[in-house]
Write a protein that binds this ligand. Sequence first.
Ligand code: GLA
Length: 374
Amino acid sequence: MYIAGGVELKRYFVAPGRINIIGEHTDYNEGFVMPAAIDKYVLLSIEKNGNGRIHLSSMGREPVSFEESVIEKTGDWSDYLKGIIWILKNKLDAKFGGMDIDIRSSLPEGAGLSSSAALEVALIVALNSVFDLKLSETQLYNYAQEAENDFVGVKCGIMDQFTAVMGRRNKAIFLDTLKMQYEYVPLELGDYTLLVFDSKVHHSLSRGAYNSRREEARKALEILGRSSYREVSMVDLFPNRGKMGDLYYRRALHVVSENMRVLESMKILSNSNFENLGRLLIQSHESLALDYEVTCEETDFIVDTLREMKGVSGARMIGAGFGGSVLALCEKTEEKKIVEVVKTRYKEKFAIDIDCYEVRPSDGAREVEASFPL
Ligand code: GLA
């Protein structure tokens, strides 16, 4: 696959998107999350070119080309890839000598399925392997997050990059983002299935609003006089409501209650009680809507439609929010009907054709053959 008569050929790598079963906007608050990698991927091909220039191309987009020694942010899709090259130069003084990188993807962008982390992780895993950088799994996801935080400028938590590296088939991952300890949680869904409804809306405020939620959550903690959300329980919150003010109180309430829901979900999943898990998904969505205020009319509408339907255990928005996708836990026998009804009602209300697909928990980033089915 790699060496043919001493000539290096193109190599291929994939990185998955992710869903998040529960634990939203908790990762940058040192809390708990329970994501799973999914069977939708970024497929990256890489080939050394020896001319010191990096060429990036991606599915009909304007190609981007630059000297490896001059990496500048341009505010477009290529920043996620440039960020990885930038971080490896900073950390390891890495020199690649130029390369051609092409991207294909089955992962919709702006759908809250973490296509940006998949881009970053596909490249860092590819460079690690092609240039034998000997990075550990921990370095792979930490460097990818740093690239997004410090080069792209989104102060994201660790969940997405972690999942793109560490995902496992048929498993969700329980991750304690404070201790960075994790456990694979079997997701044997039996008669149930996971559906993603992509609202197709991506409100442009998302990047700034994401960073400001992060600041508000931090400020709420400061008012409480604590250094970590792990030192805060519901009992600490209620008496401080006046002191905190409504906004900071609600931000903190979401974080603390969402962490409790993740822990509860762990227990529930150990006995495969999907009806109870569904109830927690609904509660999570309500908390994201009312207290953290990261949902929007479109995702609220999808959840409201779903929760009234037979065969739906629960549903909630996933990812950063402000549009993006809703994850629903449904009975397989009702799937067709559920999809049909949501599609029709959404179209009637917003005049948008919603996308819906079933997702399966999948493995993390890896090298694949050129023929990998996207
Ligand atoms: C985005 C970020 C993650 C996480 C989620 C919200 O996907 O990249 O780190 O904060 O939003 O849970």
